[in-house]
Design a protein. Structure first.
Ligand SMILES: Cc1ncc(C[n+]2csc(CCOP(=O)(O)OP(=O)(O)O)c2C)c(N)n1
Ligand code: SF4
Ligand code: SF4
Ligand code: SF4
Lengths: 80, 257
């Protein structure tokens, strides 16, 4: 599964990423950052596809996206 | 099956690690990122001078890890003209709001564009004066309520909004003038392309370029950030159409990146 990381000190909880994530992967955390904001975080069982839409829209460039690429082993078909 | 994890989106080092003072959801942050990524793309980080405006983005020097100069309100194109003429080897651009560029700085932008100065302009149009408390700007839309037009901008007493991209496109000299927005992912990608094209013109010595970016000011539009994003298509784009308004290279039959 792909995943995102949200920098809790950069996030301002504007909820723009929330509005643009097609997989509903993002929620507010319950830990205050030093600016008194509850930043966003990825949900635990999120089905993130690594599409980068959230990061593209984040006004604070707080999101890093890691995409998991599944590659079929070359000889897989022959061995089955 | 093998699984590999690739970092497909990360913060460029041209952005400092500091949290910005912009309000939650402010479009300035997205535009800063696009500018930083464009400088990164061309490897210009150590060869650039940005002239900052007076407005919310007056502190842009804290967020962009490049050399910056301040200018008196609206005078960024004049300062950029001086920097570029003294040091043509440097990449020089201004970053300006609509109060800065289209009100107090109208003379400077018109004449810099008309001289075809080899500079680039990133013009953030949010239809209000953000920094000073949400007053009416020359770009405020008819009927739009601001602190100085509480009943909505009125055509008879305040005139209609200035369309900077169209106005400057009427001049002979400018090489590239476009209007873009940052209200959704596809639009953000288009905005990045426009900024890359504008920067390329200066690199190629083709003269003046400007990218107007329709950008949300959730605070003085008085709406949640995500709603301010959708308000751009619902209201602003109808007054300020998107597109390329002037492209001398296309007119010369050359392909635009
Ligand atoms: C000579 C002068 N006149 C007026 C001001 C007050 N002032 C500061 S910012 C600003 C307008 C900023 O609006 P805009 O350029 O749209 O930028 P935003 O804050 O919306 O990003 C004004 C009028 C000033 N700083 N200097
Ligand atoms: S868009 Fe960015 S700043 Fe806004 S809530 Fe999401 S991560 Fe935080
Ligand atoms: S990368 Fe795509 S799927 Fe994953 S959290 Fe962001 S918007 Fe949602
Ligand atoms: S007042 Fe408007 S333009 Fe200024 S930082 Fe806040 S949202 Fe951005």
């Amino acid at each position: 599964m792909s995943r995102i990381e949200i920098n809790p000190e950069l996030c301002k909880a504007c909820e723009v990423c929330l509005a643009f994530c097609p997989k509903d992967c993002i929620q507010q955390s319950d830990t205050l950052n030093r600016y008194g904001v509850y930043p966003m975080q990825m949900k635990e069982a999120a089905e993130c596809t690594g599409c980068t839409l959230c990061a593209t829209m984040c006004p604070d460039t707080a999101i890093t996206v890691y995409r998991t690429v599944v590659e079929k082993a070359q000889n897989q078909e022959a061995s089955t | 099956m093998t699984q590999t994890e690739k970092k497909v989106f990360a913060r460029t080092e041209v952005l400092t690690s500091q949290q910005t003072h912009y309000c939650p959801g402010c479009g300035h942050g997205i535009v800063h990122r696009l500018v930083a990524e464009a400088l990164d793309h061309f490897g210009l980080r150590e060869k650039t001078v940005c002239v900052a405006p007076v407005g919310c983005s007056v502190l842009a020097y804290k967020y962009l890890a490049i050399d910056m100069s301040e200018a008196a309100h609206g005078r960024a194109p004049a300062v950029a003209t001086g920097v570029k003429r003294a040091r043509p080897d440097l990449f020089v651009f201004t970053y300006q709001g609509d109060g800065d560029l289209a009100a107090i700085g109208t003379a400077e932008i018109v004449h810099a564009a008309n001289r075809g100065e080899n500079i680039s302009v990133v013009f953030v149009n949010n239809a209000v004066y953000g920094m000073t408390g949400g007053q009416m700007a020359p770009t405020t839309m008819l009927g739009q309520k601001t602190t100085t037009s509480p009943a909505g901008r009125n055509l008879q007493s305040e005139g209609s909004p200035i369309k900077v991209a169209e106005m400057l496109s009427a001049l002979d000299a400018p090489s590239y003038i476009a209007r873009v927005t940052v209200d959704k992912p596809a639009a953000v990608r288009k905005a990045k392309q426009a900024i890359l094209t504008a920067f390329q013109r200066q690199i190629d010595g083709k003269g003046f370029s400007l990218v107007e970016v329709l950008s949300p000011c959730p605070t003085y539009w008085r709406m949640p950030a995500a709603k301010a994003m959708s308000a751009i298509e619902d209201t602003m784009v109808k007054v300020f159409p998107l597109g390329v308004f002037k492209d001398k290279e296309a007119a010369n039959g050359n392909q635009t990146a």
